[in-house]
Ligand binder design. Structure first.
Ligand SMILES: [Zn+2]
Length: 283
């Protein structure tokens, strides 16, 4: 896989180098089947497990990028988005000559399915409240984050995916966790992880936030609003995107708000024109 700089306004685009550079833009229109991971499909061409890379782009403020890949599945790496964030840091992120747009929520949009719930409400920044309730040993966890606080790289990106040892054979037979291994997944036994310590005491719910950010990237812009998710997963996340894109009265495209009043005059002058879009600096 290779990440390339892209022109302002071009968004996030996947390119299958093994299929004549066929391109699949990361938008809600191209969401394919959603089970244990999120996949994109256009004209029968698939890209699977997109959520961790998309999460890293949104979390670190990369608006425009081309993702070249020579097969259908993105690498699982260590099961988190940290390797991507570190790779961005190595090449740098460059500001571009165009203002960044957000998808500003104007009216609540809710999706409920039994005990599962996800919604987005109007509000400043990009706040996420996530509640999970899994069988032991995970149980109940809740976290609230605001991506505007620039904490993604340290607080969310390192959180790894997880799975139950008891489900392992079943999932493998279904072909759902082909890439999963003790190096790429927290494997849960009856009393806790069987492959080493957690990176955070609440690493599971943090990973759900990571996934959510990646899946909501398919709305095409970073959200400006407050997302509330309970017992959700990829299917609920992408259902919210679909509902949102269908309900044109629930949002508007807006420029990122100007800096707070205490900003220096120089900084103020810069932000009066809004926050710039960004692309990866290197090739
Ligand atoms: Zn994940």
């Amino acid at each position: 896989m290779r990440l390339l700089p892209a022109a302002a306004g071009s968004g996030i685009v996947f390119r299958r180098t093994d299929l004549d550079n066929f391109e699949i833009p990361a938008t809600g229109r191209n969401v394919a089947k959603v089970s244990y991971a999120t996949s994109l499909m256009r004209q029968g061409v698939l890209i699977s497990t997109t959520e961790h890379l998309l999460s890293a782009f949104i979390g670190m403020g990369v608006d425009n990028v081309i993702v070249e890949i020579d097969n259908l599945e993105l690498p699982i790496l260590d099961g988190s988005a940290l390797p991507y964030v570190e790779a961005f840091a190595r090449v740098g992120i460059r500001e571009q000559r165009r203002r960044r747009e957000t998808l500003r929520i104007l009216q609540p949009v809710e999706v409920r399915e039994g005990e599962k719930f996800i919604a987005v409400y109007p509000g400043g920044g990009y706040r996420i409240s996530y509640t999970i309730d899994f069988p032991a040993p995970i149980g109940h966890e809740r976290t609230c984050v605001d991506l505007a606080a620039e904490m993604y790289g340290t607080e969310i990106a390192p959180a790894r995916t997880f799975g139950y040892k008891a489900d392992e054979r079943k999932l493998r037979e279904m072909g759902l966790i082909r890439g999963a291994s003790p190096e790429s997944t927290i494997i849960l036994g009856e009393k806790g992880p069987v492959n080493g310590p957690l990176r955070f005491p609440d690493e599971y719910v943090r990973h759900k936030v990571l996934d959510l950010i990646g899946d909501l990237a398919l709305a095409g812009r970073r959200l400006e609003g407050h997302v509330v998710a309970m017992r959700a997963g990829h299917a609920m996340h992408t259902a919210l995107v679909a509902r949102l894109l269908k309900d044109r009265s629930a949002w508007e495209l807006a420029h990122v708000p100007v800096a707070p009043p205490e900003a220096t005059s120089e900084a103020q002058a810069e932000t009066d024109s809004g926050v710039a879009q960004a692309a990866l600096a290197g090739a």
